[in-house]
Design a protein around this ligand. Structure first.
Ligand SMILES: [Zn+2]
Length: 340
């Protein structure tokens, strides 16, 4: 089969890979229907990590081709969405809702790589969720979004307790930030401040539910958020970048007693203790346990109550993956869907 391999920063190639096959009785092999490039793929692409022959891709919608002898909830032919971390969904950590740190967890990126024609998914029962039937073609992008960016934005909104009467601020206007806006809206927040200085993304942010746009960054951005929230700061703040600047902007935009949900993959972030101590804010985040939310998100999409697929502004064949990475790296695309 063909699949995407990152040989080094900026060096993405579509190459022949070994066809996946069932290795454990709890495995499934799926045919990938749609996959995409993630903002987090840009960290190694830009040289912040050191990729070496890395199998890329962790977002996927597929059709089950084969199942191992112990797979109970899936049948060949089922359409499935999976999370970007493999989970058994039975251990104590999973039972508590933190499947992204399952004791048997495996990151799909690197270990499996779903920017490919097929993928072997371990712990298929615990990782994959079948859709109620064969999805209409126009629904596939939304289901694909559920696999990571929607699930991650949703986690950030839930963990920051976005809801009625609690102003929200979102730091980061990539796909996850935009999905967090959609989630906050669904959870009932009335005031949603999007921090963005990019015209097309501001428009999408408004479409997904943002009520205010703040273009300023750093301390100026914090001041603007305070002006919009009676001088207090937002109650729910979502951090969807992962840099020192964005993390501090998020913490400083939060009112005492408020909550930061941080889901941008952290890179060289160091938090000043004294400021944390006197800030009196809750911090909770990390790799989102998307599996916790998948059944509900699939149903919302299936019932056409949400349309997160609008976050994809380009579609390309898998063979053009290098172009897709380049477009996202240069911010010419918010998110590129790849068709194997
Ligand atoms: Zn588990």
């Amino acid at each position: 089969m063909r699949g995407v391999i990152m040989h080094g920063p900026g060096d993405v190639r579509v190459e022949e890979r070994v066809d996946p096959r069932i290795q454990e009785p709890t495995d499934a092999v799926i045919k990938i229907v749609a996959t995409c490039v993630c903002g987090s793929d840009l960290w190694p692409y830009r040289g912040a990590d050191t990729p070496d022959q890395q199998l890329m891709g962790h977002e996927y919608v597929g059709v089950v081709e084969q199942i191992g002898a112990e797979v109970r909830t899936l049948r060949p032919g089922d359409h499935v969405v999976g999370s970007f971390v493999v989970s058994d969904n039975t251990c104590s950590i999973c039972a508590a809702g933190y499947q992204s740190r399952c004791v048997n967890g495996i990151f799909v990126d690197g270990g499996i790589g779903t920017q490919a024609e097929y993928a072997r998914i371990p712990y298929a029962d615990g990782t994959l969720v079948a859709t109620p039937g064969r999805p209409d073609e126009d629904m596939v992008p939304s289901l694909l979004a559920a696999s990571d960016v929607l699930g991650t934005g949703w986690f950030a909104a839930v963990t920051s307790e976005a809801g009625p009467g609690r102003p929200v601020a979102v730091v980061g206007d990539g796909a996850v930030g935009l999905m967090a806006i959609l989630a906050a809206r669904q959870l009932g927040a009335e005031t949603i401040i999007a921090m963005s200085r990019h015209g097309a993304r501001q428009e999408l942010a408004r479409e997904f539910g943002a009520t205010e746009i703040v273009e300023e960054r750093g301390d100026d951005g914090v001041e603007r958020v305070k002006e919009l929230t009676d001088g207090l700061g937002a109650y729910s703040v979502i951090e969807a970048v992962g840099s020192q600047e964005s993390m501090m902007q998020a913490i400083r935009s939060t009112r005492p007693g408020g909550r930061v949900g941080y889901v941008g993959v952290s890179h060289d972030v160091e938090l000043p203790g004294a400021e944390l101590f006197f800030g009196l804010v809750h911090l909770h985040g990390g790799p989102a346990p998307v599996r916790r939310f998948l059944p509900d998100l699939i149903q919302l999409i299936w019932d056409r109550k949400i349309d997160p697929g609008k976050v994809f502004d380009r579609t390309m064949p898998l063979a053009q993956a290098a172009e897709a990475y380049d477009a996202m790296d240069k911010r010419m695309a918010v998110k590129v869907l790849l068709q194997p």
